[in-house]
Ligand binder design. Structure first.
Ligand SMILES: Cc1cc2nc3c(=O)[nH]c(=O)nc-3n(C[C@H](O)[C@H](O)[C@H](O)COP(=O)(O)OP(=O)(O)OC[C@H]3O[C@@H](n4cnc5c(N)ncnc54)[C@H](O)[C@@H]3O)c2cc1C
Length: 526
């Protein structure tokens, strides 16, 4: 029977279960539990000669351990696989290696005063650390097969939805229950969109909001921290197969061994995944990139839609090029933010559930999907080059008024200041037509005019466009229905697999892979 998560989390927080576990495990005198060893280790080698703490000693000990499962990456994929494994088997030794910090230590240095834009931290607190790229995100968990990933192609449509609903149930128990579940199926809005060449995709969305999302993560960590060995600021450098084990060497030279290994390094770990797939001869393919802008309008412009649906995913096919353009990540009352992926600054957005943190604006991305064919395979590099161009010209993200773009003039600080939409991100006023290729820019302008028919004033002079927003798709790693690669016992899940691109799909893939491992362990306990 599954534990009551909220109660369990509370127990861990109060230390009740922690002491019970130590007593129970240590009482036998032959304790093999990782955590227990760690604690015992801390007791015996707790102080080195200088009297300092013994983290190194602990870690040295851990590296001799053979884990049942090594998980690389503590984003939603990694977290949900660890949770599902430990909920069903409390005897498994599991280590989670995470490049970034623990949740409480994740801080982006941008304060808007002394540090106004991205300074390129070695490990970006927005993207890396417990909770992954989703930790400070808007926490929109979309339950749908229409977007957010193609997990359904591996597990079947019904199962994919069931997995996402299961994740939603856990999030609710972990503190997210007060967040509203929106159903994206308003027939009036649907018809209005259709009449203007816009296609509204159907989905349910639980909008946790950045603040509640954080609470859920806090509770998940409280529940997991004594069941799993977490190693933060520990970036995996390589993975190899040796004597039937997966051997993970970290950037600082530590070595971890595991019988099975789950790679869940997200988008920020995409380059690293490429190198792992190369070294282990795991087939991959890469051909897609989405490029566009983040649009910021007064809240009222989209309120009819966002009040009813919260997040509307709308797809448009441009008349000129027959390209697909879509809205993405809609944030009523939200803020526009920088995003740093592998040193390239792009734009994103989020919003808070707490009304005290509401802004007067709504933001959303307009993205053009680009699918490349032979001989070009480097779709991510194409996106990176465009993002680099905006970074080169603007020192980061560029902002332009829609009216300036249409008139063919750059935005200046004065022009932005004279507008009626107050930017929520301090970006460099500039000219996006010098950055975004004509085809994609024409597509975006065409869709803004189409949206204007459904939400009048979208095409206002003062509408702000931030660029560039790039949706990097990880190359697709060849995996089977268990999300296992051609290397037995090596699984790739979440966004780094190319199978998922969202919180709910990534989390669901974590649950799925854990269940597959549990099934395999049952069939073959060795
Ligand atoms: C600002 C922002 C807002 C977003 N808003 C939403 C939203 O509202 N709804 C939605 O569905 N999606 C949203 N997303 C996307 C969502 O966050 C991701 O789809 C999701 O987090 C993917 O989960 P994941 O576990 O696959 O990867 P990630 O969350 O990226 O986690 C991967 C983890 O692996 C770690 N890692 C990487 N390389 C290594 C390595 N070599 N060794 C050890 N650790 C490593 C990283 O530090 C990271 O913590 C947003 C993303 C951002 C950046």
């Amino acid at each position: 029977m599954k534990a009551d998560f909220a109660t369990a989390a509370k127990r861990w927080l109060t230390g009740y279960d922690r002491s019970r576990k130590i007593m129970k495990v240590c009482g036998s005198g032959v304790c093999q539990q990782a955590k227990c060893r760690q604690i015992r280790g801390a007791e015996t080698v707790g102080k080195n000669k200088s009297g300092a703490g013994s983290l190194q000693g602990e870690q040295k000990m851990e590296k001799e351990m053979i884990y049942d499962v090594l998980i690389i990456g503590a984003g939603p994929g990694g977290i949900f696989s660890a949770l599902e494994l430990t909920e069903n088997r409390n005897d498994l030794r599991i280590a989670v290696l995470e490049k970034g910090n623990s949740l409480t230590r994740r801080h982006c240095p941008i304060d808007g005063k002394t540090i106004k834009s991205c300074i390129g931290c070695r490990s970006c607190s927005i993207m890396n650390g417990f909770g992954g790229a989703g930790a400070f995100s808007d926490g929109k968990y979309n339950i749908t097969n229409e977007f957010g990933g193609t997990l359904y192609e591996y597990v079947g449509e019904k199962e994919a939805i069931a997995l996402m609903e299961y994740v939603d149930e856990i999030n609710c128990r972990m503190g997210g229950a007060s967040a509203r579940l929106y159903a994206n199926d308003d027939p009036v809005i649907y018809r209005k969109c259709l009449q203007n060449g816009l296609h509204l995709l159907k989905a349910s969305v639980r909008h946790l909001g950045t603040d509640l999302n954080y609470v859920v993560l806090e509770n998940l960590y409280a529940l997991l921290k004594d069941r799993v060995d977490f190693f933060f600021n520990t970036a995996a450098a390589s993975v190899r197969r040796e004597d039937g084990l997966y051997v993970v060497t970290t950037e600082s030279g530590e070595v971890f061994r595991g019988r099975r290994c789950i790679l869940s390094t997200g988008r920020s770990g995409s380059k690293w995944m490429e190198s792992v797939c190369g070294s282990l001869n795991i087939p991959t393919q890469s051909s897609r990139i989405d490029i566009g802008v983040r649009v910021e309008v007064p809240y009222e412009t989209f309120s009819e839609m966002t009040d009813a649906l919260y997040e509307s995913k709308i797809v448009y096919r441009s008349a000129k090029y027959q390209d697909r353009i879509r809205t993405f990540c809609m944030n009523p009352h939200g803020v526009v933010v920088n995003e740093n992926t592998n040193g390239i600054v792009t734009v994103n957005g989020h919003s808070y559930e707490d009304p005290a943190l509401y802004t007067d604006n709504t933001n959303f991305a307009l993205l053009v999907s680009n699918h490349f064919t032979e001989p070009f395979h480097e779709s991510n590099q194409y996106g990176e080059s465009i993002a680099r161009l905006s970074n080169m010209l603007g020192g980061g993200v560029i902002v332009q008024r829609f009216g300036d773009l249409i008139r063919g003039q750059r935005s200046t600080k004065d022009r932005i200041d004279s507008g009626f939409v107050r930017p929520t991100l301090q970006a460099t006023p500039g000219d996006l037509s010098l950055v975004i290729p004509k085809r994609q820019l024409d597509d975006i302008i065409e869709m803004i005019y189409a949206l204007d028919k459904v939400c009048p004033s979208t095409a206002s002079d003062d509408t702000l466009l931030y660029g560039v927003e790039v949706k990097f798709y990880n190359m697709e790693v060849e995996v089977n229905s268990a999300l296992e690669t051609c290397c037995a016992g090596l699984y790739v899940i979440g966004d780094c697999s190319g199978v998922t691109h969202s919180l709910s799909h990534a989390s669901a893939s974590g649950v799925h892979v854990a269940r597959e491992i549990l099934k395999q362990l049952e069939e073959n306990p060795a």
